[in-house]
Design a protein around this ligand. Sequence first.
Ligand SMILES: [Zn+2]
Ligand SMILES: [Zn+2]
Length: 145
Amino acid sequence: MRRPNIFTLESLRANCLITDSGCWLWQGYLEGGYARARQAGKKVLLHRISFELTKGLIPDGLEIDHLCRNKSCLNPEHLEAVSHKENTLRGISFSAINSRKKSCINGHPLVGDNLIIDGAGHRRCKICTTITRRKALKKFRAKKR
Ligand SMILES: [Zn+2]
Ligand SMILES: [Zn+2]
């Protein structure tokens, strides 16, 4: 059983310094550069909590990587679930290929604010997602008329 979260994304963000690059730098306690806090008497890594609050539970065996290389950053957009090194040789699974992609099928770079990780752990392009959504909305509106 997982313990219930006492944190919300808003409460985390409120204790962060937001940088120009969009990083949420934790202003509280750091350990080894990572944002740490106590929850129900247990030490927790806050970037993992930020990830779980926005993208769902981290699958077993996956760890959270900072795309922005700021260990204390809590912006969920900058966080990515990656497999442990021992799992990377597991082979040519779809998600392994997917996680190596550096750009989407339309050539948009999958970094920083443009990278979305969905609930299934797939990397998605924000630009393309927005375009698709807009098209769907247009269709929907056209139907309504
Ligand atoms: Zn960041
Ligand atoms: Zn794209």
